[in-house]
Design a protein around this ligand. Structure first.
Ligand code: SF4
Length: 294
């Protein structure tokens, strides 16, 4: 009797809530605005296949707002700076579809609110990441700080004679461990410390589930764009635990020798990988199983 390998797909594989929402808005845009051109500021997500599909529907990527004077502009899930939002709003010919993830929006609102109340705002995050650039822009430049570790906290927080008022938050994809370390390092300040946990668990949940699968499967396939940072990270983590791990963009990249002889195959996918790409990979594995029984 032919025995097929078991295929386990991570529950967390593929689109997170914010990306699903952004792609849905982009897909619906041509029907909702049939008489206008539709643009995204940068690729809507880091997945070339989804960007291609949208381009075929007429949703075009532009790199800068100066490239367009009219039409519909879709804002990506990780948000934009306040200045850019104002620049777009000032163009009378543009209709805005704001696909900023509500979790990112909440973090932006916290920065704005705490800055208005004269708190020093500390953001844990990658200084060059667009989401962080957006967060910073909602704060007072003199009193908004980005740190990647407790060591980078400004010295005056601890030496000021005047009590400090500090608000702490994080880029949504930061680790809870780092957040706890920075919060603990701030505890000795004189004054007031307000901690806002703005971390979204979509990334860490996906990583821990992929690791669990990698531990028990003979082969791990991580599906997602080569330009997707979270897919690359998922692959690195999986590879460290299961050497027979492979990063593929589509079913075409899957090599039969990777799965030959395997009894259990695990699949996960980055936050920007659509379900249909995952389904294609599963179909390909099943076809291979039929042609080469294990
Ligand atoms: S990872 Fe979290 S914060 Fe980022 S887009 Fe997805 S749901 Fe939103």
């Amino acid at each position: 009797m032919t025995e097929h390998p078991t295929i386990s797909i991570a529950d967390t594989a593929g689109f997170c809530f914010g990306v699903k929402r952004a792609v849905k808005l982009a897909n619906e845009a041509p029907e909702r605005h049939p008489d206008q051109k539709i643009y995204t500021l940068g690729p809507i997500i880091h997945n070339p296949q989804v960007v291609e599909q949208l381009a075929a529907k007429g949703v075009v990527k532009v790199d800068h707002i100066t490239e367009i004077a009219e039409g519909v502009i879709i804002i990506r899930s990780h948000g934009i700076t306040r200045q850019l939002a104002e620049e777009i709003a000032a163009k009378p010919g543009l209709t805005i579809i704001d696909a900023t993830c509500p979790f990112v929006r909440r973090a932006q609102e916290i920065v704005a609110r705490m800055s208005e109340r004269n708190y020093e705002v500390v953001i844990i995050g990658e200084p060059d990441h667009p989401e962080v650039a957006g967060l910073i822009s909602y704060g007072d430049p003199q009193h908004t700080w980005v740190v990647t570790s407790p060591k980078e906290l400004p010295e005056p927080f601890f030496t000021n004679r005047k009590p400090s008022r500090i608000a702490l938050l994080a880029q949504t994809t930061q680790s809870q461990e780092l957040y706890n370390q920075v919060a603990a390092a701030l505890l000795p300040i004189k004054g007031e410390l307000r901690c806002f946990n703005t971390i979204c668990t979509a990334t860490s949940d996906r990583q821990s589930e992929a690791l669990t699968l990698a531990d028990k499967c003979d082969c791990m396939l991580i599906i997602g764009g080569r330009n997707s940072a979270n897919t690359n990270r998922l692959y690195e983590l999986s590879k460290a635990s299961q050497p027979n791990s492979h990063h593929i963009e589509t079913a075409r990249d899957l090599r039969p020798e990777w799965v030959a002889g395997c009894t259990s195959i695990g699949i996960s996918a980055g936050a920007s990988t659509p379900q249909w790409l995952i389904d294609e990979v599963v179909r390909k594995i099943e076809e291979l199983g039929e042609n080469h029984p294990v």
